[in-house]
Design a binder for this molecule. Sequence first.
Ligand SMILES: C[S@@+](CC[C@H](N)C(=O)[O-])C[C@H]1O[C@@H](n2cnc3c(N)ncnc32)[C@H](O)[C@@H]1O
Length: 257
Amino acid sequence: MPSYIGKHASLYDLFYSDKDYKAESDFIHQLILETNGNEYNELLELACGTGNHAFFLEKKGYSILATDNSDGMIDQAKIKASERSSNVQFRMIDMRDIGDIPRKFDVILCLFDSIGYLISNDNIRAVFKNVYDKLNEGGIFIVEFWHAAAMLKGYDPIRIKRWKFENSEILRISETSIDIRSQTCDVRYSIYQTNNDGTYFILEETQKNRFFLLQEMSGMLEDCHFNIVNNFAGYNKEKAINEDTWHIITLAQKVKR
Ligand SMILES: C[S@@+](CC[C@H](N)C(=O)[O-])C[C@H]1O[C@@H](n2cnc3c(N)ncnc32)[C@H](O)[C@@H]1O
């Protein structure tokens, strides 16, 4: 089921306005360069959201097809693309359906824990197999996932955040419940927008996402014939992965079967 439905998609960039997409995109570009010089050009992004990584990576010279299964997120990305005369191609594609894309890529990205929306091992392996097939020989897959150790140690059952936005105030309550057996969280977002003219808007959306341990993710990628090149504690090469690492980035390479 798609997430970030309707108005929720138009608020996404506000909610993540403190996320440093430029630094993250620089980090991704550096990993790509270190893996294969500057020979990689064709890039496919899965679950691109509103395009924040894609717009920065385009400036590094990649030709980008950016996909997501939320029409709201793709609409936002297309509006931004036309405002900044970007050539990133945005298409609404569920990552389970990338087998239908009639070409191959040098790099495939799936960032900011989006892989966890697939929930089951079967879904995730099916996507990894398609990613493998859609990569050129030696191509790389960079996947960022929610780390189980940090989640279990430190998740907040309830978080409240507030933003001032144009002539309104927005309050978001996130209520998280965990199911240990399936390694998933249900995050229920309740969003209240109050406008200066006295009108208001309320929306609710519950998202289910999965968290993983490092060996579990590596095992699923290796089952699909990827070679694990490296793992990072977020967008950082210096930090060690430990129980306080919330997001792990895995760099995997397509090897011959
Ligand atoms: C946390 S957002 C990350 C978006 C973007 N990668 C970023 O870094 O801002 C998760 C994204 O995954 C997308 N998504 C969830 N399930 C998906 C699926 N099965 N296929 C494609 N996109 C999916 C959502 O629509 C949403 O845009």
